[in-house]
Design a protein around this ligand. Structure first.
Ligand SMILES: [Ca+2]
Ligand SMILES: [Ca+2]
Length: 135
């Protein structure tokens, strides 16, 4: 099963204008599962991010064939602003990638991901039989 680490979200330009930065959180959905929010709850994972800065997310996500990650700016006094998304496929879990979220708003961002090594790296059939030899 593919597994990736969303290492960071890089800000190229903020959606907020003036001296206010964006307050980032993501929603993600592995395959046809339930959409999840990170961080859970209602807050942001990084508040007041500015152009050139990173949100060091460090979130590991497993999926079978498809993963979608959506990026938002949290707002307390108005509706949250959508900042784009990326769809990952199986091959995306095999090498580091940087993808622009292709936001159609002022806020411009990139997702950085890395592969997560499968523990042991071997085929499960190589594991010794459970319980050892029978007597
Ligand atoms: Ca905001
Ligand atoms: Ca906003």
């Amino acid at each position: 099963m593919p597994k990736i680490r969303l290492t960071k979200v890089h800000c190229l330009a903020t959606g907020e204008t003036g001296k206010n930065g964006d307050d980032l959180y993501i929603r993600y959905r592995a395959d046809s599962g339930l959409e999840q929010r990170f961080p859970t709850g209602t807050g942001s994972g990084m508040s007041n991010i500015k152009a050139g800065e990173d949100w060091n997310v460090d979130l590991v996500i497993s999926y079978r064939t498809a993963l979608r990650i959506d990026l938002y700016d949290n707002d307390t006094t108005s509706a949250n602003d959508y900042l784009g998304y990326h769809n990952y496929n199986e091959a995306d879990a095999e090498a580091p990638h940087v993808y622009n979220t292709n936001s159609d708003r002022d806020g411009q961002y990139e997702f950085y991901t890395e592969p997560v090594a499968t523990r042991g790296g071997g085929d499960e059939r190589d594991a010794p039989p459970r319980g050892g030899p029978g007597r």
